[in-house]
Design a binder for this molecule. Sequence first.
Ligand code: SAM
Length: 207
Amino acid sequence: MEYTASLVQLHIDEKLQEKRRLALNNGIPVADDETLQFLLVTLSMTKPLRILEIGTAVGLSGVAMLQACPSATLTTIELEEERYLEAKKNFAAFGVTDKVTAHLGDAGEILAMMDGQYDFVFLDGPKAQYEKYLFDLKRLMKKGATLFADDVLLFGWVSGEEETPQKRRSIVEKIRSYLSVITGDTDFITSVINVGDGVALSVYKGK
Ligand SMILES: C[S@@+](CC[C@H](N)C(=O)[O-])C[C@H]1O[C@@H](n2cnc3c(N)ncnc32)[C@H](O)[C@@H]1O
């Protein structure tokens, strides 16, 4: 909603804001202000120590998350090499390299090989794969962990408020399927929230 979006004031440092502006101008997909604000609010409430991010882009959401949670470490996965390399530069520029494990490759393949227990997951990679990732994410999430899945309403197409262009119908169906599975899964408690481009916020209750 335009009014609520107009109330967003991101209290992040100017250098990070400038990097976000630059990235957006260069066509890098970074979380919009409203979504980032909600992500930072959620992190401030949950205070995770181990964060997993799918979809690093150039590392700016990762930096923002680590600034909001100074005691946390971040594991993040990116498919595109150019973005991964830029993210590594950004992690160094913001002095967080020691807290970050950055993986280059396909999240589906990397998640399947990962172990460890995370208490916060920012799911912001390929939307069509969200449901497929759930199997490994459940294995990697602690009881009580938060799963923050971005872009689940996708320009109003998923809710049907806006007509979906023909070539985006398949991705919209896959997101609907993710929402149906995650809201119906009794191992989670989930709210779908109309903030930014839509967020599905889930808490893992454990099996
Ligand atoms: C929306 S962007 C991430 C934005 C970032 N989290 C931020 O807010 O600054 C999604 C990213 O996921 C990456 N991606 C796409 N497919 C992927 C895959 N199969 N595995 C890992 N990353 C992927 C894209 O290259 C893109 O950089």
